[in-house]
Design a protein around this ligand. Structure first.
Ligand SMILES: O=P(O)(O)OP(=O)(O)OP(=O)(O)OC[C@H]1O[C@@H](n2cnc3c(O)ncnc32)[C@H](O)[C@@H]1O
Ligand SMILES: [Mg+2]
Length: 202
């Protein structure tokens, strides 16, 4: 089915398209509109619901999916967390992805605990009273220096010991197999395969 994805981030669209190959992923930008929604929630889950409800209200009641995700670093008490997209930014200032991960590396200087997890909260939103949330993680450690050019965001500084590489050094397929988004999206895929017909929306 066609799934409207409540995001302004094209990387997410491309990743979900590969993770959910039998569905067509469409983002507001594909329909000629932008997606700007304030993320006022206190958790990934709350923010994914806020984004989904926002688009659902503007999409004639069609089912919507939304992803709120980020990087949680143990030595920083879970930061940047739900503020990953805005890390280091103040009102009116903006930083590039590279500036954000460089700031993260500076904030971790001298810390021995470099454990971190990417988190993805994915909601399949049918209407205000019916939705299904899939939240997954990918664990790794923050590298001393960036490596690789794939993916987006913090991928160059996220090292996955089992692969011996950073997330940005993996192919798209490899990233989707182990990433937070890949795992949450695969759970949604299986859910839709098993229960899609019963939901009355597929
Ligand atoms: O809210 P939307 O419009 O979906 O797009 P966004 O980029 O603002 O997305 P989030 O609010 O969910 O913030 C997620 C941030 O966390 C980081 N992030 C999430 N998933 C990531 C991934 O797979 N690889 C690297 N960084 C990621 C990246 O900085 C994202 O901008
Ligand atoms: Mg956002």
């Amino acid at each position: 089915m066609e799934l409207l994805l409540a995001t302004g981030n094209r990387h997410k669209r491309d990743e979900f398209q590969a993770i959910l190959p039998e569905h067509r992923i469409v983002i507001p930008e594909d329909l000629g509109t932008s997606f700007e929604c304030e993320e006022t929630g206190a958790s990934f889950c709350e923010n994914s619901l806020i984004k989904a409800a926002f688009l659902h209200a503007r999409a004639e009641g069609r089912p919507v999916i939304a992803d709120d995700s980020g990087l949680c670093v143990e030595a920083l008490d879970g930061a940047p967390g739900i503020r990953s997209a805005r890390y280091g930014e103040d009102e009116g200032t903006s930083l590039s992805s590279q500036e954000k991960y460089e700031l993260l590396l500076r904030n971790l200087q001298g810390k021995t605990n470099r454990n971190a997890a990417f988190v993805c909260s994915l909601v399949f939103y049918i209407d205000d009273l019916r939705y299904f949330i899939f939240q997954e993680t990918c664990r790794g450690i923050i590298a001393e220096a960036p490596r690789g050019s794939g993916g987006f965001g913090y991928d160059p500084v996220f090292f996955i010991p089992e692969t011996g590489r950073t997330m940005a050094e993996l192919s798209e397929e490899e990233k989707n197999r182990i990433s937070h988004r890949g795992k949450a999206g695969s759970a949604l895929r299986k859910f839709l395969q098993s229960y899609g017909d019963d939901l009355g929306v597929v």
